[in-house]
Design a protein around this ligand. Structure first.
Ligand SMILES: *Cc1c(COP(=O)(O)O)cnc(C)c1O
Ligand code: SF4
Length: 372
């Protein structure tokens, strides 16, 4: 009976809001909305067979139909380029599978782990790094499985932080989220709850005061990390949703995926990161595109990424700078891959340091024994 409890909950919640927020899940609906050419239906049906398709009414409202460079369309409307699969691309691009001790948990670093209660999202990003795992019909944690996952966390005292991820955890009804929050708050060694979500952009109406309250509990500090890739995603409703979370006492961070044709230039990113800071969201990570299947058209090279990040360093406030990171394929973890400014130590112990404009300066040895 408890099996599929989360799924039922998610459906209930969706159902309650269905008429005001229609979500398009079929290629034919995208044609009706002017987001896809009729001639492409057949190819896109094939894309949709392999990878989940959904775009919320809120996102459609932000899109400019007919504009081939529209950042919303590019991120959410399927393209036949997704059928081009490169040999280096992987079904499990960041290597979650080897770090799954119990269903719903990915435990790669000692002090923090991912808890994935649900594998659906309100809409599907075409470059999703978990695209082989998310979507309707994907498994969700049953009540028993969730209890087992919580048992694992309880038994591992080194776990200081639990990251709710998925899918998108904010698709769950607040009642369910409040249950999870309370269960985690009751575990003494868990001090921080972090949610990774794109709901404030995809379906901002879900983020009401009840939701914000559901994420908080005494003895537990909650952070929300918003996935957002372009300033156009931050329409009036998204801004209000973010405001409600921060006003409820929840600090916010952001993560952005570097995407060719969407945000792969410094000016676009500056605009996004500045707006986030204005909205009280601290830019946290800029992700290099993962090697997810059928996403080659979205990836830049690391060299291109570094050159963009260099430009950010020259003309963007420090509090608006995220860390450029790569999730190493195979499950080896995330590392910063931004440009290096510090040269190697010379024989005399001196180094050179590059400033933001590329000029080199000497820096004396010191601090160590040799410095006397
Ligand atoms: C990304 C990730 C985290 C969080 O990493 P931070 O660097 O702390 O943001 C934790 N666990 C797994 C498995 C991850 O993929
Ligand atoms: S919100 Fe995250 S998990 Fe969901 S489709 Fe987008 S990238 Fe994938």
């Amino acid at each position: 009976m408890g099996a599929r409890a989360c799924e039922t909950d998610a459906r209930e919640h969706e159902g309650a809001q269905d008429d005001t927020r229609r979500t398009s899940r079929r290629v034919s609906e995208l044609v009706d909305q002017g987001l896809v050419d009729r001639g492409e239906i057949e190819a896109l049906e094939r894309v949709a067979e392999r990878f989940s398709v959904a775009i919320t009414k809120d996102l459609v409202d932000l899109a400019t139909p007919g504009d081939p460079n529209d950042p919303i369309t590019k991120q959410f409307v399927p393209s036949k380029r997704e059928l081009r699969i490169l040999p280096e691309e992987r079904v499990d691009p960041i290597g979650d599978d080897p770090h799954t001790p119990v269903k719903g948990i990915t435990h790669r670093y000692p002090d923090r782990l991912l808890l994935k209660p649900v594998h659906v999202c309100p809409a599907y990003c075409r470059f999703c790094f978990r695209r082989e795992k998310v979507g309707p019909g994907s498994e969700v944690l049953s009540r028993e499985e969730l209890a087992a996952a919580l048992g694992y966390i309880r038994a591992h005292e080194e776990v200081w932080e639990v990251i709710l991820s998925g899918g998108d955890p904010m698709i769950l009804p607040p009642r369910k989220l409040a249950e999870i929050t309370a269960a985690l708050a009751a575990i003494e060694h868990v001090r921080v709850l972090r949610l990774h979500t794109r709901v404030p952009v995809m379906e901002p109406g879900r983020v009401d005061e009840v939701m914000a309250r559901a994420l908080r509990a005494p003895d537990l500090t909650t952070y929300v990390v918003l996935h957002t890739n372009h300033v156009r995603e931050l329409g009036p409703k998204a801004r209000e949703a973010i405001g409600r979370l921060v006003d409820a006492g929840i600090p916010m961070l952001s993560q952005t995926v570097l995407l060719r044709g969407v945000n792969d230039d410094a000016e676009t990113l500056k605009e996004l990161f500045r707006e986030l800071v204005v909205l009280r969201v601290k830019p946290y990570y800029l992700h290099h595109g993962d090697l997810a299947v059928g996403t080659g058209h979205f990836r830049t090279s690391i060299t291109e990424g570094q050159s963009i990040v260099r430009e950010l360093r020259q003309g963007l406030s420090g509090i608006a700078q995220p860390t450029y990171v790569l999730d190493i394929p195979g499950g080896y973890g995330k590392v910063p891959i931004g440009p290096g400014y510090l040269g190697p130590e010379g024989e005399d112990g001196r180094r050179t340091v590059e400033d933001p404009w590329g000029r080199r300066h000497g820096y004396p040895p010191g601090g160590g024994e040799g410095a006397g």
